[in-house]
Each structure stands twice: as C-alpha cells, then as structure tokens.
Write a protein that binds this ligand. Structure first.
Ligand SMILES: Nc1ncnc2c1ncn2[C@@H]1O[C@H](COP(=O)(O)OP(=O)(O)O)[C@@H](O)[C@H]1O
Ligand SMILES: [Mg+2]
Length: 328
C-alpha cells in the first residue's frame, strides 16, 4: 500500500513498457521511467532507440504491447489527465494555409479555452515564443525553427501540468535553442513537469534535472547528470620529456603514463600532488594540470557501445533499477 501512494508522487511512472510493431520490430523491450513532479527530464538516445514510440504510447497515439504505470497519478490513457498534458509531436505538420494566429485559435478551441479568451491566449503564446511578428503570416512561409516555436505555443495552449516535447530543438538555430532552454526553465519555475526527447546532447545537459539514456529499446542509464558523470573524473597532467622511465612509479600511485601526459582517475588531490612531486623530482616541467570530468556525451557514447556489445547487460541494469525503485 505504501508503494502505491509513493508511485503516484511521480508525474510519470512507467513500468515495463514494451512495444512490438507489426512486422516484428521490438521498439521497446521493457522500459521503466520515472519523472518527478516539477522536473525537467531528458529522454536521450540515438535515432531509432524508441523515444518517439514511448511518447506516442504516453499520448495514446499508439498502443503498447505491454505497459503498467501512471501519468499524473492515473493510468495511461485517462482522458482527464490527457487534457492536462501538452504535446509537441516529432516532425509535426500544420495546415500550411493557416496563419500562426489562426492555428493557435483553432488549438485554443480544441483545448476548450473560452471563445472570448482564445485570441488573447494565442497572442500571449506567440509573444512568449517570439513569434508576434509572424502571427498573421501563413505557415507555408515559416522556417523549421518557426514551426517548432509554433508547435511549442500549441503545446502550452491548455496550460498543461506535464509537457511532452519530442525533439523540440530539431532544425532550430543556436539562438532559438537557447530560447527553448530558457522556456523550459521558465516552465519549471512555474512548477510544471517537462519530459523532453532528444538525440542531441549538448543543449540538454544544461537544463535537465535527470536523464534516461535509451538504447535499442532499453534504458541503459538513468539518473541525475551528476550521478551519470560521477565516476568519470580525472586529472590530466601535461609534462615535457620522456615519461616512459617513470611508468612503474606512476602506476604505483594509480596513474597512467601517456605521451606527454599523465592521467589519473578520480579527483584525489593527494594523489595528484604525489604524481606532480614525482615528475618534478625527476626533472620534468609541468605544463598544466587539468581537472576533468567526462561529459554526458562520453557517458552516452559508452552506454551505446556497451549496449551494442552486450545487449543483455542493459536489460539486467534495467531490472535491478526497477527492483530498487519498488523497495524505496
Ligand atoms: N510505425 C512503425 N512501424 C514499424 N516500426 C516502427 C514504426 N515506428 C517506429 N518503428 C521502429 O521502431 C524503432 C524505434 O523508433 P522510434 O521510436 O521512432 O525511435 P526514436 O524516436 O528514438 O528515434 C525503430 O527501429 C523504428 O524503425
Ligand atoms: Mg524520435
């Protein structure tokens, strides 16, 4: 019983989601994803990983082969809760002959915004997306970035509690991507929950509270950025001269000799000083000491590589994570 009440605290709590498309493609092979309320959650993964499939299942666009769990505290597909979700589909198309303002008025009607408020609501959202200038231009003249902004405005029309964005930065220029990041942070400030799908990393790292890396229909990694990059700290000590003679001594401290540099796992300042002392005692000139941490991108690439070589290891990670969630 305790578990039940805890589960409903997640804005999104998906358990064992599977999808086999007709024709036999296993797009999702048992995915567990938990998104906290008020969190910006990044669902990351390469093309074909199953991100869009998962979102479509959440939005009831397609049926899962298997799925348990809740969205906003109710089972997937609950129509009242669906009305509390904003959705930007991947590669969406709007009628090209409508203007941005006309399109939003139409969506306002769909979202049951009272007639009197529709125009101002549409106007506010266009303004917020920096699209006021283009309000009365037909969509056929919009660039990809403008289409995405309009799509985002549409997704916010029902003032949703949960916003699901599938590749929102697709085709958007760097300025626009920054605007989108700011919008996401703004939504978070208002207490909204955001689930964002992306195959691009750099731009998401900055705003996501937690991420899940989906590879080949399975969650390969899930956690905060800090958790995912925690075991990836190192020092790089750049030195002149031939380091080969020091190989054994560097190793005994825990480092590795490379050409022109010594690498040291972790951020242990005593160890790095021991290496520096050793190098200097042997007449080497230290050129720089870099304190490094792998980026999410490195973690991402590693997750993909290990999933490719050992498909079952990702599945096992998935099971143990699901187990620990239940025992919380
Ligand atoms: N309608 C469909 N019918 C058959 N296979 C599909 C369909 N849609 C997607 N797939 C396949 O499912 C897998 C996951 O696709 P998708 O969810 O679009 O991934 P992502 O959004 O991460 O790029 C891919 O192998 C894709 O080819
Ligand atoms: Mg996709």
């Amino acid at each position: 019983m305790v578990e039940m009440t805890e589960m409903t605290n997640w804005a999104v709590d998906l358990i064992g989601v599977r999808k086999r498309y007709r024709g036999g493609v296993d797009a999702l092979r048992g995915v567990n994803i938990q998104v906290g309320q008020g969190e910006i959650f990044g669902l990351l993964g390469p093309n074909g990983a199953g991100k869009t499939t998962l979102v479509k299942i959440m939005m009831t666009v397609i049926r899962p082969s298997n799925a348990l769990g809740t969205i906003l505290g109710r089972p997937i597909g609950n129509s009242r809760k669906l009305a509390r979700i904003g959705y930007l589909p991947e590669s969406h198309r709007f009628p090209p002959y409508l203007t941005g303002a006309q399109l939003l008025n139409y969506y306002a009607a769909l979202a049951r915004v009272p007639r009197k408020l529709r125009k101002s609501r549409s106007g506010d959202l266009l303004e917020r997306m920096g699209m006021s200038k283009w309000a009365n231009t037909t969509i056929s003249k919009y660039s990809k970035g403008m289409m995405q902004r309009l799509g985002l405005a549409q997704a916010l029309m029902n003032d949703p509690d949960l916003i699901v964005l599938d590749e929102p930065t697709d085709g958007v220029d760097p300025m626009g991507r920054r605007d989108i990041r700011e919008l996401l942070l703004d939504l978070k400030k208002q207490g909204k929950t955001v689930l964002i799908n992306s195959h691009l990393l750099g731009e998401l790292e900055m705003v996501c509270d937690r991420v899940s890396i989906l590879v080949d229909g399975l969650v390969a990694r899930q956690g905060t950025l800090k958790e995912l990059t925690e075991q990836s700290k190192e020092y790089r000590i750049v030195v002149d001269g031939d380091l080969a003679p020091l190989d054994a001594q560097v190793k005994s401290i825990g480092g590795r000799v490379m050409t022109g540099a010594v690498m040291l796992r972790g951020h242990d300042s005593e160890k790095v000083n021991a290496v520096i002392d050793l190098l200097r005692q042997n007449g080497h000139l230290i050129e720089s000491v870099e304190k490094r941490r792998f980026s999410l991108e490195d973690v991402f690439v590693k997750a993909m590589a290990s999933a490719a070589t050992a498909p079952n290891s990702a599945a096992q990670g998935q099971t143990s994570r699901a187990g620990s969630k239940v025992n919380r």
